[in-house]
Design a binder for this molecule. Sequence first.
Ligand code: URA
Length: 246
Amino acid sequence: MTKVPTSRLDKLLANMGYASRREIQFLAKAGRIRLDGAPMKGADERIALTPDLETRLVVDGEALDPLPGFALMLNKPLGVTCSRKEAGALVYDLLPSRWRRREPAISTVGRLDKETSGLLLLTDDGALLHRIIAPSRHVPKVYRAHLARPLSGDEGALFASGTLMLDGEDKPLAPAELEVAGEREARLTVHEGRYHQVRRMFAAAGNHVEALHREAVGGLALPPDLEPGAIRRLTAADLDAIFAAP
Ligand code: URA
């Protein structure tokens, strides 16, 4: 049987960004933290981190934020950067402010360019992050690209060849699958995550990507009802879908 981890109340809530450990002690003394309806007066008490804690533990009348070890999807809007410290709008600004103070921190699973929209995953679980981006897993990423010029018809074979070499690199790209979706529109499935990969692939084919949108990671598609800028917590089924062959 796996042992359920436990944590001191003040450490748990401080790491989840609620307040400093000292402030948590005051909140507890003031009866503002309740477990199963009863005030938890001792901030040094240990509690079991079972998933039901998210509904059983209430701070100032609000159910607990997600416990550590969770993942999210964001419909990344255009014009926001996957970085913590660049100037301008950042993806982390789209998270609730308390979540931005969490430890372990929530990080993007790989990156999308500032001018790429669509499915971006985030997690505070380092093992999960590495499982998704590990080259050995080949988790496919599906992009829809809108191109400046009509497709020539040769791109599919070029991208599938396994011999395409991008400028400045010394290893050819793994085969990728192209599906023509219009005269200047294509869906491209890649199994790596190289820098500006899709834009550079079309550049190598003599074209230019005007708009790029990520539709899916593994078998997990961006839900059509998730508005740009909106986030949604991943379920266990979503996580399974990432690793299931689409
Ligand atoms: N390929 C790109 O060129 N840009 C992205 O954001 C993702 C893949």
